[in-house]
Design a protein around this ligand. Structure first.
Ligand code: NAD
Length: 485
């Protein structure tokens, strides 16, 4: 079965105001399959004019059918979208696998997560309430949670379905009208999502999708004078540009950026339980995960044992085309492969303890990179400081709890961390001491947990998505003070 069999919509169109339209400029971009380099589809190269039309359609939706809907009605539509996603899980998985290069089972998990976001937020739509506030004699004061208005959603290529679910899903729940700009490298499931939303009866203009380049469609959207909120997931460099655009327009912005997330393993940890989490969190989606665990901090007394246990897993790991559904797929692009190989070249071979195997016969046009495990890495080494965004992990030894905290907090990032120990008091001390948006104890949650508020500190960004917390971020509080005597 080819990808084209799963293209049940016209990928060359943008979705604006409830209709599928060709880009105004009549230009198209080529979408490539990372597993073999072949062209999967042409997509619209949307620009300022297309973004203008999408923002206008969203504004109109706020005063039209969408804006008049009750929270209950919005929730029902989101729930229906979730059901339709589940009915199409297999084809969504195949599209995501072809587009992003992730093994089918991971792509399927992402499709199920998208459905789960819609179920969670569909159910939550009528459960966000205001407050009454005791005030002066003769007054009644209450608060209302209202939508921002038009929300912009700029998402990357690594987890399109999950990021659309958590960001667009939460924004729609609160009654915002959304404009989504997927990444130019992978946007088939964003377009599928629009098609499904249309089928589910989402009113015209509540969701608009404009594909195109970041510096064209993305920049036009983030600097558009009529947007009221920006949700951006992507790199630190572009995040900084987005925050400047938001500052110029004085609109709130949520930035979900990169990470250098540590897992910290103490000598009393259950290593058999830990090992799958330690390794998978580093190589899942070929390490192209914001919350990838690229640093493994291990107490020196178990350093040799743990290193060998991880190395064994690496040696057994197979890399190949997404549709072969092996452990790891290709990187997204030749450019990404060059970046990852650059880190490895610079680090040299001396500290490599194990590598996975790219299967024989993997297509030449694919961007394959064998996951690589380094040990004995100094906390200040580039491998321990920079987000590589590839399947490369660095094992870093430490002696004391204080060392572990210092090393864990010793990068510019703070997205996710995990602590592996059975000492309850140590778990609590570490959870407090580590600067990170999420802390896992004796587990690790790269990507999962729609219910769990997620976001960073430091260069990992600010604002929270996922869970109920996202619903506060995607709404504004209005205070009403009535004097009735
Ligand atoms: P990127 O910043 O290059 O692109 C992300 C999105 O921004 C794309 O849609 C792109 O088209 C758009 N964009 C690019 N330039 C733009 C501009 N000038 N104005 C407006 N939009 C623009 O990031 P990437 O390389 O696609 O993704 C990798 C990065 O994303 C990594 O750093 C990773 O850590 C981060 N990421 C973070 C999370 C998270 O939740 N924290 C999730 C996934 C990825």
């Amino acid at each position: 079965m080819s990808v084209q069999d799963d293209l049940w919509f016209d990928a060359t169109k943008c979705f604006i105001g409830g209709t599928w339209v060709a880009p105004l400029g009549g230009e198209y971009l080529s979408l490539k399959n990372p597993s073999d380099g072949s062209e999967i589809a042409k997509i619209a190269r949307g620009k300022l004019g297309d973004v203008d039309a999408a923002v206008l359609a969203a504004k109109n939706a706020l005063t039209g059918e969408w804006g008049r809907m009750t929270a209950l009605e919005r929730g029902r539509i989101l729930t229906r979208i979730g059901q339709l996603v589940l009915e199409r899980v297999d084809e969504l998985a195949r599209l995501e696998a072809a587009d992003v290069g992730k093994p089918l089972k991971q792509a399927r998990a992402d499709a199920v997560a998208l459905a789960r976001y819609m179920e969670f937020y569909g159910g939550a739509a009528d459960k966000i309430h205001g407050h009454t506030i005791p005030y002066l004699d003769g007054y009644t004061v209450y608060t209302l949670r209202e939508p921002h208005g038009v929300t912009a959603h700029i998402v990357p290529w690594n987890y399109p379905m999950q990021i659309i679910g958590r960001s667009v899903g939460a924004a729609l729940t609160m009654g915002n009208a959304t404009v989504l700009k997927p990444a130019e490298e992978a946007c088939l499931t964003a377009l599928s999502f629009a098609k499904i939303a249309e089928e589910a009866g989402l009113p015209a203009g509540a969701l608009n999708v404009v594909t195109g380049l970041g510096e064209e469609a993305g920049a036009a959207l983030s600097s558009h004078p009529d947007i009221n909120h920006i949700s951006f997931t992507g790199s630190v460099g572009v995040g900084s540009l987005i925050q400047k655009a938001a500052a110029d327009a004085i609109v709130p912005v949520t930035l979900e950026l990169g990470g250098k997330s540590p897992q910290i393993v103490f000598d009393d940890a259950d290593l058999d339980a830990a090992i799958p989490f330690l390794v998978n969190a580093g190589v899942q989606n070929a390490g192209q995960t914001c919350s990838a665990s690229s640093r493994i901090l291990v107490q020196r007394s178990i350093y040799d044992k743990l290193t060998e246990m991880m190395a064994e897993r690496y040696r057994a790991m197979k890399v190949g085309p997404a549709m072969d559904d092996l452990d790891v797929g290709p990187l997204i692009s030749a450019r990404q492969k060059e970046i990852v190989e650059g880190f490895v070249r610079h680090a040299g071979p001396a500290r490599i303890v194990a590598q996975a195997t790219v299967i024989t016969g993997a297509p030449d046009g694919g961007h394959y990179f064998a996951p690589t495990l380094y040990a004995g890495i100094d906390p200040d080494d580039p491998l321990a400081q920079n987000e590589i965004f590839g399947p490369v992990q660095a094992i870093i030894p430490f002696d004391t709890e204080e060392d572990a905290v210092r090393i864990a907090n010793g990068t510019a990032y703070g997205l996710v961390a995990s602590i592996w120990t059975h000492d309850g008091a140590r778990q609590m001390r570490m959870a407090k001491a580590i600067r990170s948006g999420q802390i896992f104890i004796n587990n690790y949650g790269a990507g999962g947990g729609v219910e769990l508020p997620f976001g960073g500190v430091g260069k990992s960004g600010h604002g929270r998505e996922k869970g109920f917390e996202a619903l506060y971020g995607f709404s504004v509080l209005k205070t009403v003070a009535a004097h009735h005597g």
